[in-house]
Design a protein around this ligand. Sequence first.
Ligand code: NAD
Ligand code: TYD
Length: 351
Amino acid sequence: MSKRSILITGGAGFIGSHVVRLFVNKYSDVQIVNLDKLTYAGNLENLSDLQDAPNYTFVKGDIQDKTFLVEVFKKYSITDVIHLAAESHVDRSIEGPMDFIMSNIVGTANLLEAARATWSNLEGHVFYHISTDEVYGSLGEEGFFLETTAYDPRSPYSASKASSDHIVRAYFHTYGLPIKISNCSNNYGSHQFPEKLLPLMINNIVNNKPLPVYGEGLNIRDWLWVNDHARAIDVIFNEGKIGETYNVGGWNEWRNIDLVKLLCKKMDQKLNRAEGTSEKLVTFVKDRAGHDMRYAIDASKIEKDLGWKPSVTFEEGLALTIDWYLENEDWIQNVTSGDYQKYYEKHYSNR
Ligand code: NAD
Ligand code: TYD
């Protein structure tokens, strides 16, 4: 095969921007093509440091447009795909599921079709689909999600991701398309759109606004530093087996309320506020519809088979994350300057 040319979709978003940066900097002989629609969640400011990199190209476009995708595959002689583009926020999927169905399901099918249409010989190519642990549904107090756990998605978001995972696997079994899939737990870190739990709470603490905790705050999520997810994607892309699924997580479960309280404590220290100041902002609000109780990944397979493990402790990752948001208040201003305030008012005013 000629020189590698990797299409990374959704590279202007949170996780995608970390993956693009890692690949552009680490693989100078590989062409990285970042295809992104630039929805509210995609911001080129996330990648301003790469603007002049000779092995980096940005293409604005929508994965809902199959003809356009085939053109991109041909124009840039795409050899591999790392597919992250998706609508990603559960609350938005509850308020309006169709964008999720169109981008996450139809968009993924279009990408698979573009690969099938342009890769005449499938040998040596990789189509790597990035997914979530939310496809497995909700755990009780015990147990972990394994790669073999049956799918049981509950939200329109997780159902759209589950559907796309099934379609990707179907292309492996039916057409022999060389696919890989990973299902990761909740990510945290820099450049995450401030509608998600951690950046939302950091931003509200800075601005002395209420901290809206859904229900009683007893739901559990398993948190992984985004840079460690990007490292896992690199390892799976290069060393994972074709046709396989890998679960990615950091064995790091937190009840929402405990996490928010920890964050309040750390923020009080950073902002030189008296201990307990930020915690007073915690406000319990109406629960999310169909709110999954607990997610927890068993990451043994990627650890044993590929030798990956997180590079930072949660304490370290959280400190780095808080510092980044405090040093980049302009970024928060910029990405929330569009329709986000309207979304925020509508979403939280009637809770
Ligand atoms: P994000 O919302 O921050 O970014 C998504 C990106 O996709 C944005 O840049 C957006 O512009 C782009 N996009 C959306 N629709 C598109 C379309 N139709 N065509 C082209 N581009 C489009 O999301 P994220 O948190 O970075 O998640 C990236 C991927 O990782 C998603 O597939 C998500 O399901 C998965 N994932 C996320 C997490 C998490 O905790 N955030 C965990 C596991 C898996
Ligand atoms: P979120 O960051 O939206 O990720 P996901 O729903 O994909 O896990 O939410 C993480 C957890 O935090 C989830 O249990 C919902 C809860 N949550 C709140 O309590 N308040 C909020 O304002 C948000 C956005 C989330």
